[in-house]
Write a protein that binds this ligand. Structure first.
Ligand code: SAM
Length: 328
């Protein structure tokens, strides 16, 4: 993100947030889908308040999501591609900006954020068991976003493991990481909540093995040569992570590896941008989650007999891998 050097920079940032609010509102009202057939329409043909549509449609055309001849609007080629990929199926403006507009209360009283009706917006790794449709949409989003990361994870992890290792994909979600590891000869057990295991099984059937349960309390199976925790540790507090490392130590074979894939902070805690900002998401949607540094992970895992044997930063994809080896 741009640094703020003057008031104009703040104004630019405000404009960006207005633009995102328009996209989220159109998405929440199903307006992009109304244009999915490729036909150009006037605002009167769309559903909503005509004045609001007439003011917001040009913003979307300006952003390149719609094309316009001045009176009729259609999806642009980019808009069409993003809609078809599911990338324009965003949380509604209320769910995104509503939570942010109540952020002053989070700052004063602590998270997680509350919805307009006062209910908690807490989730467990982005999943709310009472919202299966939301969980499915979130898994689709993570699946879509992980296309290149899964390749990098396999590339850095597999050479560190024996032939045909048994790997635990803890909180494996959609299953794309686990599946990529099987393509490199691993046997993979995906561990997640019931609801999510069903989603992964629909996609990968018996190319993965599955265990459903609560990874903080239920048996993890094993012994495994490695456990992959992709986007897991940031959702947990320090004590929860300490407990989880102790549980993983018990389910790993001697010399086994835990690999943490996450957006880790530098030692100054201000960089990189994605890790610093992601802390905010954790503040709003988890009880104790936060962004961590690799050193903090090492300190939390150390008492369970793990040693930090390396950190790999995959800068172009904005994540790092921390490798912890069970030595004790
Ligand atoms: C942010 S998603 C990560 C999914 C996948 N590993 C990825 O990186 O795309 C976190 C996953 O952890 C699972 N999870 C969180 N807490 C859990 C718990 N206590 N027991 C089992 N699964 C849990 C969630 O259901 C979700 O699928």
């Amino acid at each position: 993100m741009r640094r703020i050097d003057c008031e104009e920079d703040l104004v630019l940032m405000y404009r960006n947030s207005l633009a995102y609010a328009v996209i989220a509102a159109w998405s929440g009202q199903g307006l992009f889908h109304k244009l999915a057939d490729g036909k150009a329409r006037t605002v009167e043909d769309l559903q909503g308040d005509n004045r609001a549509l007439a003011i917001t449609a040009p913003v979307l055309a300006h952003l390149g999501l719609l094309s316009s001849d001045g009176s009729r609007y259609a999806l642009s080629p980019t808009g069409k591609t993003l809609l078809e990929a599911g990338a324009l199926s965003l949380d509604s403006a209320e769910r995104t900006h509503g939570d942010l507009s109540r952020f002053d209360r989070v700052l004063a009283e602590g998270g997680p954020a509350r919805a307009a009706d006062g209910s908690s917006r807490v989730s467990e790794g982005g999943v709310r068991e009472h919202d299966p449709e939301g969980a499915r949409a979130f898994m689709k989003y993570l699946y879509r976003r992980s296309e290149r990361s899964v390749v990098e994870v396999a590339r850095w992890l597999m050479p560190r493991l024996p032939e045909q290792p048994h790997i635990l994909d803890l909180g494996g979600g959609h299953g794309r990481y686990g599946h990529e590891l099987t393509r490199h000869g691993a046997e993979v057990t995906l561990y997640d909540r019931d609801l999510i295991v069903d989603i992964a099984r629909e996609r990968y059937s018996d190319s993965l093995q599955y265990i459903s349960g609560d990874f903080m309390t239920d048996p993890l199976g094993g012994p495994y040569q490695a456990a992959l925790l992709s986007n897991i540790v940031h959702g947990l507090g320090p004590d929860e992570n300490r407990t989880l490392f102790a549980r993983l130590a018990d389910s790993l074979a001697p010399g086994g590896l835990v690999v943490l894939k996450d957006m880790f902070l530098n030692e100054d805690r201000c960089q990189p941008e994605e890790a610093a900002l992601f802390g905010l998401t954790m503040l709003m949607y988890t009880r104790e989650g936060q962004s961590y540094t690799p050193k903090e992970m090492e300190d939390l895992a150390g008492p369970s007999g793990f040693e930090n044997i390396g950190v790999v930063s995959v800068r172009n994809l904005r994540f790092s891998l921390v490798f912890l080896q069970k030595t004790g």
